[in-house]
Ligand binder design. Sequence first.
Ligand code: SAH
Ligand code: SF4
Ligand code: F3S
Length: 453
Amino acid sequence: MNLKALEKYKDYFKGKTYNVTTFGCQMNEHDSERISYLLEDLGYKHTDIREEADFILFNTCLVRENAELKLVGQISSLKKIKQAHPEKIIAVSGCMMQTSTAREMIEKNHKEVDIIFGTKNINSLQNLIFKYLETGERVVDVSTDLVKDDFVKYNSKNNFQAYVNIMRGCDNFCSYCIVPQARGREESRRPSNIIEEVEYLVANGYKEITLLGQNVNSYGNKSDFNVTFPQLLDKIASIDGLERLRFTTSHPKDLSKDLIKVMKNHDNICKYFHLPLQSGSDKVLKDMNRRYTQKDYIEKVKMLREEIPEIAISTDIIVGFPTETEEDFLETLNVCRKVGFDYAFTFIYSPRPKTKAYKLATIDKDIVQDRFQRLLDELYPTFYEKNKAYIGTRHKVLLESVSKNDPDVLTGRTDTNKLVHVKASKSLVGKIVEVDIKENTSFTITGDLVKIY
Ligand code: SAH
Ligand code: SF4
Ligand code: F3S
């Protein structure tokens, strides 16, 4: 940080507030946690009310078009606020700012935006703010300043759960996906730095750590250290006092027996696997450049279930990829039926400029909408049945927050990532408890508190 500038603007930040709106995935959430830390380090205090904040930031995503449209709508609503209060600072960051088209659109159409930065220069944020205060002119900087192994500071979402980045970028170039453009080439963080960070968190009372990467299974592939993801996971799970370890996301093509073995060997590795399928058709999978077949996918699931019978499996599915025919779609339904997913994130294909699939003609909207509905009709009853199987069983649950709908109810997760509702005192947030499951819906399980750890 520029200490001279800090001295000069010390008083400026007193009593000032900030608000951050995050779009997109956990990577972006984690980046927002770093951004919040840097803003608080300057003296800003957080406010929930965006319109009242002195520093308003949007951390953007462009994985699907609707994420972009939402952002544009929300920034536009700030135009008036900026006109009435020109002293407020409006900033836009994140994946959208990494592509010139989206960045130029914001630069040109949104004069109310004062600071623009990307996914690779978050560490420079404080200096970018000083520069803006110094010149009063818009600052645009999407350079790269990240030190690969840095032990960055961030405000984790609470004091018992934290995200830890183990790698960034993606080299897979699935033909529909913009992430490799937005986040750059894959780079793995040094194991010793990751372990140091997790040890620090555990020593500070954190119970659950989620390791983040676009494709964690290829951790270490291009690095000078000889540590694979299963080896890293094994080391982290062995850290004394770590209660729960999660990771996301895994690409099916790289899911190995070694990984499953490590999961099986450690009680604190959550028995939950997010394994994006995208499509069940071999032809579409090939066109998507996913590099596995329906058979490979089903075999990996079988392997997971054979070794870890209680494991819960979730997935991502895209409907309406340009080359998807009715027969291809039926294959997707077929895999859903065979696997029986505990949960799925379902998306309608969205053409993204500069991806390989962008040039391909899209399918009629009504056909896609109809397939999407049929997919949900296939999935939801399975979610229900999977949750129903929990009735009459007892589970450890990490209580995360007070339910939005009922102040007497807390929500939490089993290690299989099931969303649990339980009547319990607010003071138990952050604690691991045992719950007897009594009821379920397709998306939640509900039960009685029986034991507090
Ligand atoms: N790296 C992760 C996914 C990141 S994006 C992985 O490979 O699993 C999260 C999900 O968004 C993807 O799994 C995919 O299902 C969906 N997605 C990505 N690009 C999309 C697009 N152009 N249209 C619709 N859905 C898309
Ligand atoms: Fe996108 Fe594929 Fe990389 Fe996931 S693995 S981020 S879907 S390119
Ligand atoms: Fe994530 Fe969206 Fe970027 S899904 S990596 S925030 S494009």
